[in-house]
Ligand binder design. Sequence first.
Ligand code: B1M
Length: 211
Amino acid sequence: MADFRAIADALKAGNAPKVKEMVEAALAEGVNPEDIVNNALIVGMGEIGELFKNNEVYVPEVLIAARAMYAGLNILKPLLAERDVKPMGKVVIGTVKGDLHDIGKNLVAMMLEGAGFEVTDLGIDVSPEKFVEAAKSSDGGCIVAMSALLTTTMPGMKDTIEALEAAGLRDRVKIIIGGAPVTQNFADEIGADGYAPDAASAADLAKALIA
Ligand code: B1M
């Protein structure tokens, strides 16, 4: 019998070889790949996110856990694609124009992927035009997720929202923002749909917005 709890625990411990081995064993037993994602990988990643939120673990542990998650997810992804399993939703994420900080953005992307979202990572220094392009190409609407670490680049978030409005996409997307200098007040001021202070909260927020 596949032990989802043991896979989630190995993920939290950052034991990538163990996660890979147990995921392969579960598949060999005939366990549904979607069940492994939902009951083991997403659970483990959610729990590490909670620990991170409560300062019980730090960035390195989250990165190591994420690597273990990918060790399992990379085996399962092609199988899920074959079965045409729908992702929870689509997210287009990037660090805004002029800003090269990507550690926090990468953590947010990993937590979103761990929560079952299909994530397109546009990288760093992303212009409003690039966000608009990416939002356009996601057929049925998506979440646009922006990160900024510099007070000088935060206005890029407002510019992107205005560009999405000008492109007629505003009502087809949900916009979430975050990063150390960003606040809920700023999110309200620029008309974003939500703000999250950390990566785990960003995944919770994205889930709530598409619910
Ligand atoms: Co820069 N830097 N940096 N830097 N850097 C800061 C941000 C700074 C606060 C340092 C300081 O002065 N004390 C300061 C900004 C001051 C300000 O604007 N208020 C600063 C500066 C000034 C600069 C330069 C201008 C320095 C210079 O060249 N004179 C320059 C700018 C370059 C540019 O972007 N154009 C610069 C460069 C760099 C490095 C390249 C050296 C490097 C970045 C490497 C990289 O990212 N690949 C770097 C680093 C590492 C930092 C610090 C030390 C750490 C940032 C970090 O990764 N934190 C930072 C000081 C600090 O924060 N202590 C600093 C860890 C990360 C996990 O946290 O990114 O906050 P964070 O992400 C969190 C949350 O904010 C949230 O979730 C994450 C996980 O919980 N979150 C979101 C983030 N994005 C989110 C999106 C969401 C939701 C939540 O929804 C979409």
